[in-house]
Design a protein around this ligand. Structure first.
Ligand code: ZN
Length: 327
């Protein structure tokens, strides 16, 4: 039986967000948010995931019987064979071997599928967003960290237990800063939101000629990528240099990954991507400098088009595709 409606749900460190997705259009028809309150333990959190899914379906006047399946994305490593969590670095107790898929499936009485959150964003952007229509695509989501995902031959690459596609942990500096993953010089340590904020902060503290300090009211905690983008848009040279450097760091990581898979598109998304061409133009310039053997003009660098909904849409599409395979 063909279903029109699927639910995508994102489990985040702070919020749980469920969305009802119309598979004919790829549009999110309704959303329901809840606080994760992860300190209450995984049983309580999984019950809230199921509640959010039920509520978003009811909000649109449907019942769970109208739903083809549910996709739940989560912030960490998963065992896609068993449907268990492996390790969530940012949640209390780290969710080691929690039966996420089975528990939510039992609560909802519908098929449930799970995926890492940035792989979900990748799949959403590929199915209904900026990556639509290409058979090979890379996705980089730049925020507090840098996540990634790879689509090849119209398939999400999930090799090595789903860890394939962790593009934020490509090494771009042999002796670079220590990363949360334990390696040194991952692109995440040099081009993520906190790394960009640190560059702005350093410029202000060093007394460089920049409007970043005054824009932040000389409150160093207020220096963030958004503010540095505003300063760059106003013509601030220090801010422009920061975006050029961040774009070049990203270009190194993107070029390295692109040489492996030969993508037609690279989708850059996440909060930092709001900087738009301030970030994308230096990436494009860096790619042209660094990709000699593969024609960089054949690789389009674009901003994600689904915003916050990419993961929810991606999980709904994933549940639909996996459900069709299981039948
Ligand atoms: Zn790393």
């Amino acid at each position: 039986m063909q279903y029109r409606y699927y639910v995508g749900c994102d489990l985040g460190g702070t919020n749980i967000k469920a969305g009802l997705v119309d598979m004919e259009t790829g549009k999110v028809l309704a959303t329901k948010g809840k606080k994760t309150h992860s300190h209450e333990g995984h049983e309580a959190v999984m019950a809230r995931i199921a509640d959010a899914c039920r509520e978003v379906v009811a909000a649109h006047g449907l019942s769970m019987d109208d739903i083809g399946g549910v996709g739940v994305s989560a912030p960490g490593r998963l065992d896609l064979e068993t449907g268990e969590t492996v390790f969530f670095p940012n949640l209390p107790s780290h969710w080691i071997r929690v039966p996420l898929q089975a528990t939510v499936q039992e609560a909802l009485g519908r098929p449930v599928y799970i995926l890492n959150d940035v792989r979900a964003i990748t799949y959403g952007e590929w199915a209904y967003g900026a990556g639509q229509g290409v058979d090979c695509m890379l996705c980089f989501a730049i925020g507090t960290g840098i996540g990634g995902g790879v689509v090849m031959d119209n398939q999400l690459v999930l090799n090595q237990g789903g860890t394939a596609g962790e593009l934020g942990h490509i090494t771009i500096d042999l002796n670079g800063p220590l990363c949360g993953c334990g390696n040194h010089g991952c692109v995440e340590t040099l081009a993520s939101g906190p790394a960009i904020a640190a560059m702005g902060l350093k410029a202000v503290v060093q007394g460089q000629t920049t409007i970043i300090g005054s824009m932040a009211g000389y409150d160093l905690n207020k220096i963030n990528p958004y503010l540095i983008a505003k300063a760059a848009e106003a013509g601030d040279q220090v801010a422009l240099q920061i975006w050029d450097l961040v774009g070049d760091y990203m270009a190194v990581a993107i070029a390295n990954a692109a040489l492996v898979v030969g993508p037609k598109k690279v989708v850059v998304t996440g909060g930092v991507a709001a900087a738009g061409d301030l970030l994308l133009d230096p990436i494009r310039r860096g790619m042209r400098r660094r990709m000699i053997v593969m024609p960089p003009e054949e690789i389009e660098i674009v901003r994600g088009s689904l915003g916050d909904e990419a993961g929810i849409i991606g999980m709904a599409v994933w549940a639909a595709r996996k459900g069709a395979l299981d039948e």
